[in-house]
Design a protein around this ligand. Structure first.
Ligand code: ATP
Ligand code: MG
Length: 212
């Protein structure tokens, strides 16, 4: 899902995960209206990785346990390992026991997203809704996020709000949101060859270095 800032991408992600309910219309998941799906099963099967991950002033493992109370430290370590992040965690002062500071301030925005990805990995949802971080991420973290996403999205349906050309290029389908409405959908190649909002976005991505 791509679109200008303020076009309604995060809003759509919140509707998909019932962090918000629509004032009109309906969201269907596999043909079933979302309001008919029990919250407990929705929370288990649909997980959202937010744009700016919020963390509590606790250890990394405790932050992940907030969402999954049964997870042991070794489950948490395993989740990072599956995502290729074992070395990153091992490099922290106290591994998964490292405290993240107030609102996660001892980690960078990109590193907070790594924690959110591990949290999603433990949840093992059927549908992953990922709101890519808009804030600048250092190149090393960027590579880690990209690698982790390959593993996290493997074998599951994912809806990614993309701020990077590379993400849109690798998607099976690109949905373009503009002023609160879906205005285009298709593959990257189709949309890049069609006059419209996507072509303009694509031009601005390729002209600037941001997001590449
Ligand atoms: N709870 C709300 N009530 C009313 N309007 C809202 C609410 N949340 C967001 N908006 C507005 O809806 C529009 C879409 O916001 P949204 O956060 O979905 O944009 P976005 O596409 O995710 O943007 P960005 O790329 O900056 O993350 C914006 O104009 C925003 O100000
Ligand atoms: Mg947003």
């Amino acid at each position: 899902m791509v679109g200008e800032t303020g076009s309604g991408k995060t809003t759509l992600a919140k509707l998909l995960t019932r962090l918000m309910d629509p004032t009109s219309g309906q969201v269907l998941l596999g043909g079933v209206p979302l309001e008919q799906v029990r919250f407990a099963s929705l929370r288990r099967r649909v997980v959202m990785v937010p744009q700016d991950g919020f963390l509590f002033d606790l250890s990394i493992a405790d932050n992940i346990r907030f969402a999954h109370p049964g997870a042991t430290d070794s489950d948490v370590v395993d989740a990072f390992a599956v995502l290729g992040l074992a070395d990153w965690v091992a490099g922290l002062p106290d591994g998964v026991g490292t405290r993240v500071g107030e609102r996660g301030s001892s980690l960078s925005a990109g590193e907070r997203q790594l924690v959110a990805l591990a949290r999603a990995q433990i949840a093992a949802p059927d549908l992953l809704v990922l709101d890519e971080a808009t804030s600048a991420v250092d190149p090393a973290t960027e590579v880690r996020i990209a690698r982790a996403l390959v593993e996290l999205t493997r074998g599951r349906t994912s809806v990614t709000i993309a701020h990077r050309l590379s993400t849109a290029q690798s998607a099976d389908m690109v949905v373009v949101v503009d002023a609160g409405r879906i205005v285009q959908w298709g593959t990257h190649t189709e949309l890049a060859g069609t006059a419209g909002v996507y072509q303009q976005l694509h031009a601005s991505w390729t002209a600037g270095v941001t997001g590449l």
